[in-house]
Write a protein that binds this ligand. Sequence first.
Ligand SMILES: Nc1ncnc2c1ncn2[C@@H]1O[C@H](COP(=O)(O)OP(=O)(O)OP(=O)(O)O)[C@@H](O)[C@H]1O
Ligand SMILES: [Mg+2]
Length: 255
Amino acid sequence: MSDINSDNRKVVIELQNVFRDFHVGDETVHALRGVSFKIYEGEFVTIMGKSGSGKSTLLNQLGCLDTPSRGEYYLDGISVRKMKKPERAVLRNRKIGFVFQNYNLLPKTTSIENVELPLMYNPGISAKERRERSIEALKAVGLGNRLYHKSNQMSGGQMQRVAIARALVNNPAVLLADEATGNLDTRTSFEILVLFQKLHAAGRTIIFVTHNPDIANYSSRNIVLRDGIVRSDEVNNNILSAAKALAELPPSRDD
Ligand SMILES: Nc1ncnc2c1ncn2[C@@H]1O[C@H](COP(=O)(O)OP(=O)(O)OP(=O)(O)O)[C@@H](O)[C@H]1O
Ligand SMILES: [Mg+2]
């Protein structure tokens, strides 16, 4: 299988007819019912759909947290289905950065220590390099002044920035986000969107799952799921600027 297509864009993710069934008691839930798509390097893809349409199930496949009941998944050209569990864990650690709605930071732990965590699994990286890379990642998300704050000493938006720094510190092939702005107020959501757009402009591949249809205006492509299948898959030729939207928001009460 070639991982370069005709216009020389590298395929980072390829799903071929992916199904995921869950068996609960006598019932089978068909959470994914034949999903196929390719995602190219540098795309910022939003995945939308109603509650229960299969978004998180799909993201769990993409993030190697779960395996399809049937169908193929290639990550950076590697067949994930054929891998054993420990190999999959290494692949996940090296190739995927995750950002979740509830941040998933270690409690009462500093920003630096949270961001260092994914590097701990890589014996080739020294303690000094770990520290340097986490500081760099935290500066890149605008948290150079919160390196030693603990997770309980920060705002939601700041915690999400720490989570994004942690997702990026390994320089992953793809950044996966599940409702990454779901817990944040409008202004803070836009601040996080500005950051995602900066990462996109810098060439990152991003997949962002959301309920919120507005967010699709800020991504380069939007995939809509319905009942476990792809309902539509469209490139956005008119990407709006989150920075501009942020500037136009009414001032918050503390401004
Ligand atoms: N571990 C599981 N066991 C059984 N059924 C599951 C499991 N995970 C998900 N499902 C079912 O699969 C379907 C898709 O769930 P999923 O969590 O992917 O939806 P979603 O689009 O992420 O929804 P939401 O927007 O509410 O987060 C749902 O009907 C759900 O009940
Ligand atoms: Mg979900």
